[in-house]
Ligand binder design. Structure first.
Ligand code: 1MF
Length: 191
């Protein structure tokens, strides 16, 4: 994954838990103080997962907890780190943004060809205008909890109160599905 992901994880741990917690995570993951991730460079996924694993140990949280909180942080972080304008181009509401998310990844991949983006498909639920099903397909396994956090982060970004459920996965299912209920929209959407 691009180094931007590891930088966002570092930012999440530092801001939420302090410099010492981050140093502990970095050390446990086997990185020295001189090792740094370059945002525009692509690294083996294994390095990123090592950081997540170390964070679970240092923060005494499950992988699902770390990934969910990190997913929420990612939305804030990328908006602050120079991608706010790009994010704004792809929607001013949660629904619109999710419909456009594959386009956003295609856009990023034009410049960063090593991107291995997941794919998101929005399915409307007949008779439930404020609800939708989100189909998530990825080359990577285990990141569904991060998607829950990403959705919560988007809810905050667009000032939409949402409920997110990851649906039970049947034996025949090859991907994860999330049900999103939009409870209310407060204030003016950002963008
Ligand atoms: O393969 C990758 O390196 C990769 C990196 C980030 C693939 C996807 C993503 C983004 N994605 C992370 C979870 C991946 C889960 C999975 O693989 O199953 C989050 C997608 C997302 C979902 C909901 C809301 C917002 C989301 O992301 C918005 C986004 C997506 C990509 C970027 C920024 C915001 C991005 C921008 C530049 C990149 C890489 C990703 O590369 C850089 C970085 C710095 C300088 C130059 C290029």
């Amino acid at each position: 994954m691009y180094g931007l992901i590891s930088q966002a994880l570092e930012d999440y741990v530092r801001r939420g838990f302090g410099e010492r917690a981050w140093n502990e995570v970095r050390g446990r993951a086997g990185f020295g103080e001189e090792d740094l991730f370059v945002s525009m460079e692509s690294y083996p996924d294994e390095l990123t997962f090592r950081l997540v694993q170390a964070a679970t140990e240092v923060l005494h949280q499950s992988a699902a907890q770390v990934l969910e909180a990190f997913g929420e942080h990612w939305v804030l972080y990328t908006a602050q780190e120079g991608y706010g304008e790009m994010l704004s181009m792809f929607g001013t509401s949660l629904q619109e943004f999710l419909v456009n998310l594959d386009n956003l990844h295609s856009h990023v991949a034009l410049t960063f060809p090593d991107l291995r983006p997941p794919s998101f498909e929005v399915e409307r639920i007949p008779g439930a205008a404020q609800s939708l099903l989100l189909h998530y397909r990825s080359e990577r396994t285990g990141l569904a909890p991060m998607v829950v956090g990403l959705l919560r982060g988007l809810g905050k970004r667009f000032s939409q109160e949402i409920r997110v459920q990851r649906l039970e996965r049947g034996a025949a299912d090859d991907h994860d599905v999330f049900r999103i209920d939009i409870i209310e929209t407060t204030g003016a959407p950002r963008g």
